[in-house]
Design a protein around this ligand. Sequence first.
Ligand SMILES: [Zn+2]
Length: 278
Amino acid sequence: MEGPFDFTLTGVLTSVANPLRDAGVGILTVSTYDTDYVMVKQENIPKAVAALEASGHSVRWVGSSFRMSVNDLQVLAERFRTAVEAAGTTIHVPLPRILIQRVPGVSVYDPDSNEITYPSWEETPVTGKAGQERAAFQTGEAITGQQFFAGQFRYFFVHELSHWLQMQLPARRELKKVQDKYSLEAQANRVAVAFLASLPEERGFMERTVARFERLLAAKEKPLPEGESGRRYFNELYGKLGAEYPYFQYQMVLDAWRSPARADWSKALEDLRDAPVQ
Ligand SMILES: [Zn+2]
């Protein structure tokens, strides 16, 4: 709680504790001379934020400032292009421009502007940050929401580079018109996994990322109705999947990782070239 408060003002603490109690969020409080600290479990952060905002409090994130390193992303992009060319694929379009800004918790490649928009932690809304805290908790590692965010979007940056690569292929120029989004996304993940898994210096990162996605999937409710095909469900509801969208992305990453050819970069590029995508 942002103080200092007059320490006779016990009502301030009550105004925070009550909505949390009503929302079923357990708390631990520590009172100091200047202010009170109210602690909640990491997994309960989304519930706590929602309850506090609904009762008129404003919630903001404090703590270490965090800048995504654009340089790291540019280096990854250069290495990606070099690896594609080394495997004999001609590149027609320059590497995408990288924009770091608020997008609703996702990264996006836009083939029209040839830009990858990458989410910035600072500009992510409080509810989005709360969701990342919960996901961080679900990984079972002692990591913060910021750390989870940084790792997952570093992977998805390579995923977006794979969409950029898809656009290079003559038959796929018009990515937006592709009907079978499932295949498009699965291919992007296949290429991203193969790229990272084939680089010795990225293997550790990829292993960590897969382990996190695996535990998140285990913690999430499966959106797919029993007996339903993932491809059909995904394609039918594409654009309306909302919170279910990451489930499919994580599952595709796992599928690519579990394939015996996961680190076979030339095979992944070959599949990308040859697989029919309508
Ligand atoms: Zn994608």
